[in-house]
Design a protein around this ligand. Structure first.
Ligand code: SAH
Length: 354
């Protein structure tokens, strides 16, 4: 049976076929996006017959929660098993009054970044808009009634620009007042950098915030860390980001994961400062979150501070991302990997209340 979130565009026709007035679609969306309910039965302002018809023709969700972990810092992570197979992760982060969710766009990832857990087995498929929305709605249901999601980052598994149709469809609803009503400025798309997709985003005049994972100041090193760079090259990415900035007037962020001994040396900082000079972009530096079985390490604080000082002296606006959820494997793809290696299938832990 197909999940309602995958059929939202067909809902008006389906309602018409049931002999129902148009406004029922709005009522159903409200239940999905603004409440914590998880069954059609609970949609108490719909006629009983309609609730039964919904339950007959659609499933409420298109995945099962197979793990739910809570970190001591308030971070929560869900591992979802999709209908038809495949597992994805999504995370809720609590930071002051912010309630940020980190959402996946694909099962696995094709980009192959050597330090990242998500792409270790390649990509299985892209997610539908409904499956992306489902992560948002499942995470919103972890919040108490008086709290709302405030920010979305497309920084889970997969590369969102390799699944533009799925991601844009989902973000439209996340942004819409009929959906989650989260302003576009509070929605970040993070990508390895696919130039034609960046230009497309700019042409669509999307107001979303764009973050590009650079991780190295030159092609030679970047291709070692982000193998897909061999086919793209930094020059094309930087040109496309320039185009995005000119077209939308929105400043971009470049992300840089610091890996001890590999891309954290003074010469890397200096070269990066040269690359970023005059671009008006922000630099977001992320200390590496170690992945079991991979040889990469987080630099010590001396190396991190030295890196930071060199860039700041050159006038680059630099921000350090706080690591969160370390104790629950919150970095991309880590939980899925841990569960996949656990034999037999994992027993559900702490399933969310329905
Ligand atoms: N495919 C998108 C989203 C990936 S997740 C992209 O490449 O941007 C968001 C960021 O986390 C990326 O910059 C990614 O390189 C980084 N990342 C992946 N694994 C990490 C880890 N173990 N520690 C720290 N950052 C990591």
């Amino acid at each position: 049976m197909t999940a309602i979130l995958n059929q939202l565009d067909k809902l008006p026709d389906w309602l018409a076929a049931q002999g129902q007035p148009k406004f029922r679609a709005g009522q159903i969306l409200k239940w999905l996006f603004e409440t914590r309910i998880e069954s059609f039965e609970a949609m108490s302002d719909l006629p009983k017959g309609l609730r039964e018809a919904l339950a007959r023709d659609f499933s409420f969700w298109s995945s099962d929660v197979i793990a739910h972990e809570r970190s001591s810092d308030g971070t929560e992570k869900l591992l979802l098993r999709l209908n038809g197979g495949g597992e994805i992760e999504c995370v809720l982060l609590r930071d002051g009054i912010r309630r940020t969710i980190c959402v996946s766009s694909q099962v696995g990832c094709a980009m192959g970044c050597v330090f990242c857990a998500s792409g270790l087995n390649g990509v299985e498929r892209s997610l539908t808009s409904g499956e992306i929305i489902e992560q948002m709605l499942r995470l919103s249901r972890l919040l108490p009634d008086d709290e709302r999601l405030s920010h979305i980052v497309m920084m889970g598994m997969g590369d969102p620009l390799a699944n533009l149709p799925g991601v844009l469809g989902a973000l439209e609803l996340a942004n819409s007042p009929k959906g989650l009503g989260i302003s576009a400025r509070r929605i970040t798309i993070s990508t390895v950098g696919i130039p034609q997709a960046i230009r497309k985003l700019a042409d669509l005049d999307c107001r979303y915030h764009l973050a590009i994972s650079l991780h190295a100041p030159n092609d030679e090193l970047r291709t070692k860390l982000v193998p897909v760079n061999a086919k793209i090259g930094m020059a094309a990415i930087l040109e496309a980001s320039e185009y995005f900035f000119e077209k939308t007037g929105r400043r971009l962020t470049f992300e840089y994961v610091l890996l001890a001994g590999l891309n954290d040396q003074p010469e890397h900082a200096q070269e990066l400062a040269d690359v970023l000079a005059g671009r008006g972009a922000l630099l977001n530096v992320i200390p590496y979150n170690p992945v079991e079985g991979l040889p990469y390490r987080t630099p010590n604080s001396d190396a991190i501070n030295r890196f930071r000082r060199i860039l700041e002296e050159q006038g680059i606006v630099i921000k350090f991302r706080q690591r969160k959820g370390d104790d629950i494997n919150a970095a991309c793809g880590q939980l899925r990997r841990q569960v996949a290696s656990a034999v037999p299938a994992v027993v559900p832990l702490n399933l969310p209340k329905t």
